[in-house]
Design a protein around this ligand. Structure first.
Ligand code: NZQ
Ligand code: ZN
Length: 381
């Protein structure tokens, strides 16, 4: 097991009716900016609950943080924070709203432009404190430091790291209104988060392995229930907690991580506008196949423990595991081939060109270069 430091300070407030607790958790003496996406919260009753809980607080609303939050929009919120002397931020919505808010919070306390801050972490100079009401289980953003920010002008999409949310409120009832496609993408995103932290080497941490397999097995079990009935509170609660546990550091203690699938997926989103979770299910089977030698033992362990694959040669077991994984993604109603999404050779060539130019090396062994990225993409056409 590798050395590690673990500290996750986010207070997680989970369950029915918990939005009302905002009144207890928010600072009464601070000016608050409440950030929203495009309006889903007005259709599902979340906005009314937030407004009721915020009675008596000094707050401003900022609307319009779009999916794959754009720095061009976030800069406007930074201006509001600086002009109005905002001291605390509350994001209400999906991962994009919260990710955008993480950047707003950091960019509001420095001179540097928000995109400069994304490109150059050394410009980070602290943050305004922020919290969330998360209405879409997927990113784990509610309990991690990460944010993924897009630039409309340059067509780029990069990660940015701030501190953790002070608190996050998760009421599974808020997910009842999610479009089924977002649910499918959220289940897929959660699945792949765990895989990025799991599908590397064997015997590094037996505890983390079991923990990761536990989250994935839970997803496999709950996915059909969630897809059959989105008003099933217990199923949605299980899915929601799985998403948080998939990317809050709990399955990452002392183990190497991969993240190649995400890095390639971000480029597909940046260049072709494909939704995040959808990009991941296209890419992951390709990474598993192309990296089968390096990851083979772990793929076999995964296949045995999660899909019950116990027969055949090592190569046959790897093939069967990749097939079962892809079948699970298809059972969510998602496409698993680039051609199905209309992503063609031109986009793939640009992705390969970007990785070549940047000299990026992906994966747990930092050995996935642009040539291997090209192989992955070719395999997924
Ligand atoms: O904008 P509104 O109107 O609120 O609608 C949203 C949006 O259109 C809607 N939605 C959210 N909650 C809803 C709802 N509709 C009905 N009922 C609800 N309860 O769903 C649409 C998608 O929302 P978005 O926030 O974009 O989705 P998600 O949470 O999947 O976030 C995706 C973004 O997160 C990044 C992705 O790259 C992408 O930019 N990620 C962030 C991570 C992190 N912070 O750690 C890690 C992930 O790997 C991921 O990269
Ligand atoms: Zn993700």
């Amino acid at each position: 097991m590798n050395n590690f430091v673990f500290q996750n300070p986010t207070k997680l407030i989970f369950g029915k009716g918990q939005i009302a607790r905002l009144a207890k958790e928010l600072p009464r003496d601070k000016k608050i900016l409440v950030t929203f996406g495009g309006g889903s919260v007005k259709k599902n009753g979340v906005y009314e609950q937030v407004v009721a809980a915020l009675e008596g607080f000094d707050y401003i609303e900022f609307w319009g943080i779009e999916p794959n939050p754009k720095v061009e929009t976030l800069r406007k919120a930074v201006d509001v924070c600086k002009r109005e002397g905002v001291e605390f931020l509350l994001a209400v919505g999906g991962g994009s709203t919260l990710d955008g808010t993480k950047l707003i919070a950091a960019a509001s306390v420095v001179e540097a432009d928000a995109w400069e801050l994304v490109l150059n972490p050394s410009l980070y100079g602290g943050t305004l404190p922020f919290a969330s009401i998360m209405t879409l289980p997927a990113t784990g953003s509610e309990m991690n430091r990460g944010a993924v920010i897009s630039n409309l002008t340059t067509g780029e999409k990069y990660s940015f790291y701030n501190t953790y949310p002070v608190f996050s409120i998760l009421d599974p009832e808020t997910t009842f209104s999610l479009p089924p496609f977002q649910v499918a993408c959220g289940l897929a995103d959660t699945f792949v988060h765990v895989m990025e932290q799991y599908l590397t080497i064997t015997d590094c941490s037996p505890l983390m392995d079991r923990w990761a397999e536990g989250v994935v097995q839970t997803l496999v079990e709950v996915a059909p229930k969630v897809r059959a009935n989105q008003q099933d509170y217990d199923a949605m609660a299980t899915y929601m907690l799985s998403a948080t546990m998939g990317l809050n550091g709990f399955v990452a203690m002392g183990v190497p991580q991969d993240w190649a699938t995400h890095m390639i997926g971000h480029e597909i989103t940046a260049l072709a506008g494909i939704t995040h979770g959808q990009t991941l299910v296209v890419v992951l089977p390709g990474v598993m196949d192309v990296m089968r030698e390096q990851k083979g033992d772990k793929i076999v362990q995964f296949g045995q423990r999660v899909w019950g694959i116990t027969e055949g040669t090592k190569d046959e077991r790897i093939d069967a595991t990749i097939r079962s994984t892809e079948e699970f993604f298809r059972s969510l109603g998602l496409a698993t081939r680039l051609s199905e999404l209309g992503v063609g050779e031109d986009v793939c060539a640009e992705i390969v060109r970007r990785f070549r130019e940047r000299g990026t090396l992906l994966g747990e062994a930092s050995n996935i270069d642009y040539r291997l990225v090209e192989q992955v993409l070719r395999q997924r056409m």
